[in-house]
Design a protein around this ligand. Structure first.
Ligand code: 5RP
Length: 292
């Protein structure tokens, strides 16, 4: 059994970004054409980044605040999202088939918010993903959770199926309430996902040493938005994450629970795609809020 690696002085070379030969996304140069084409429907090839609009929360918590009526409150935002992350149920029932950007489909599930959340299984076949033309499939990975091994197995099964059909896998690192959200944990979680085949990884932003999380992950990282914060704080978080090597955001509540979701998603875009400062983006939010 190898010993736990508890060495303190690690060399992340955060000043030397990983080279990306052959394709604009980190670690994706050796992927097949179909996989790269799907990734180009998620990440904007010009900026190399993405604003994913995450509205899949209902798969374990039902009609989440802000998502009670996706037809009325989310569909009008689609023009500003690079990609939509949702369940197949919402896709078929509510999202117009004329939506031509990438769709990242939630492919794991099982327990509701009333139960142990790490008890997930795969919840969609690869044929269904092909039929729905998914740009990627998202699976929850619970490193340190009660059902850690099963969630990893869910991910590796999805990676194998996705690789057969040219569909990328997004590993979503899920942090249990009992686990410390720090850079050391995030490095462990995202690196395990990347080593075991995830095409890209979603994780939470941590204020300290986040650049070591992105530097030690060989594939792109997007950050989850997390709980609703004041708009300027959410823009600061997105900006810090981008500046420390994140390739975008997969943001839900900080957009759809904002009093002005359309203004907020456009402000987030300014941070992600135009390197706007949080203050500049917040000014934009305020201007657009006045207009709406
Ligand atoms: C649920 C998810 C959500 O898509 C994710 O948490 C993003 O939403 P938010 O910005 O509201 O955190 O993966 O498990």
């Amino acid at each position: 059994m190898p010993e736990a690696d508890d060495k303190q002085a690690k060399s992340f070379h955060t000043d030397r970004p990983q080279e990306t030969p052959g394709f604009f996304l980190k670690g994706c140069g050796a992927l097949d054409w179909g996989m790269q084409n799907r990734l180009s429907r998620i990440f904007d090839p010009d900026s190399g980044r993405t604003v994913m609009l995450a509205v899949d929360h209902g798969y374990f918590q039902g009609p989440t605040t802000g998502l009670e009526r996706i037809d009325l409150d989310i569909v009008p935002l689609l023009g500003w999202a690079d990609t939509l992350m949702c369940t197949r149920g919402i896709l078929r029932s509510v999202i117009p088939p004329t939506f031509a950007k990438g769709v990242v489909l939630r492919a794991s599930g099982g327990p509701s918010i009333l139960k142990e959340l790490s008890d997930e299984h795969l919840a969609m076949s690869i044929e269904e993903a092909v039929r729905l033309d998914a740009a990627a499939l998202a699976v929850q990975v619970f490193i340190g959770g009660e059902h850690e091994s099963r969630s990893i197995r869910n991910m590796t099964r999805l990676v194998d199926a996705g690789n057969r059909h040219g569909i990328p896998t997004l590993a979503v690192t899920a942090v249990g309430r009992e686990l410390t959200r720090d850079a050391k944990y995030m490095r462990l979680a995202v690196r395990i996902c990347a080593e075991l085949g995830a095409t890209y990884v979603k994780t939470y932003f941590v204020p300290e040493d986040f650049e070591t999380v992105t530097a030690s992950c060989p594939v792109p990282i997007v950050i989850a938005g997390g709980k609703k914060q004041p708009e300027l704080d959410a823009l600061r978080m997105a900006s810090l994450a981008i500046r420390q090597g994140a390739s975008g955001v997969d943001m839900g509540r900080n957009i759809f629970q904002s009093e002005h979701p359309a203004a907020m998603i456009r402000a987030v875009r300014a941070v992600v795609h135009e390197n706007a400062s949080p203050e500049e983006a917040y000014d934009l939010y305020r201007d657009l809020r006045e207009e709406s």
